[in-house]
Design a binder for this molecule. Sequence first.
Ligand code: C5P
Length: 312
Amino acid sequence: MITTTAHRAPAVVRVRASAKINLHLAVGDLRPDGYHDLVTVFHAVDLADEVTLQTAERHSVRTVPADGVPVGAKNLAGVAARMLARRSGAGGPVAIEIAKQIPVAGGMAGGSADAAAALVGCAALWGLDIGRGELAEIGAAIGADVPFALTGGTAVGTGRGDRLSPVLARTPLHWVLALADGGLSTPAVFAELDRLRTVSAPPRVGAVTRMLAALASGDPAQVAAVLGNDLQPAAISLQPGLRRTLRAGLSAGALGGVVSGSGPTVALLCADAESAGGVAAELAGSGTCRTVRVASGPAPGARVVGSGSVRH
Ligand code: C5P
């Protein structure tokens, strides 16, 4: 049972939630429930959405900028708030405002980050006595990536990607993210992979142990050498320009590159922060992506960064 804590809950809560990259993503066969079994290494980076939650007369979700973000009943932050209210029997309507940095439909789990932020934010707003494990269980019902968005860091995900075990990887990794024009639908990319597998044998990533050893070494060159994503051929099949983005990133000096999750964001791993700055500048001028961002990981999971009794 979820209980409320005795102390007075705040009226406004601000939560930050990080984007993720999949350093390794092995996709199994299609399951009867429409999902695929995964073995993945999630890595949270410091590109984050900031979500402000406030007690209100009725539920609402507003996103800034709003371009492409699902509205109404489809917005995952709103879904998360309503689900937690139902499960806890506590809390009332909330006004949710999302300052969006994570690309929409970009393969970086932006929607899942917002859902995780809403769970953490509502729990604080309503003074719920609820553990991370219980939040993760509710999160997994919203989307496969929500448990990792709560946890952050670097972690191996199995099952649908929602069963997590942490990976010790303290050395920071420096990334350039190439953001594409438009997004890709995650179900469409998984379906394209299923189709490709019926007509050819697209390359499969190797064993996850190679990535775990590379992370343990702390050497970004070793991590770069084993970056791999089974969804990459499917994302490239749907958006062939991604091949040029990857090539441009490598010729700009990145150690390695990979399509992030279902794409179309391309993540380029660099030797250090200085190198990432140079790669970002060159890639921005290459005409192979809409814009670039520099980011580093591992970053924390969804967490409260401010609260108060009135909005400021
Ligand atoms: O869980 P989530 O809503 O993020 O997943 C979106 C879609 O991506 C699923 O409906 C499914 O088509 C696909 N997916 C999958 N296998 C996974 C995760 C997602 O096929 N492990």
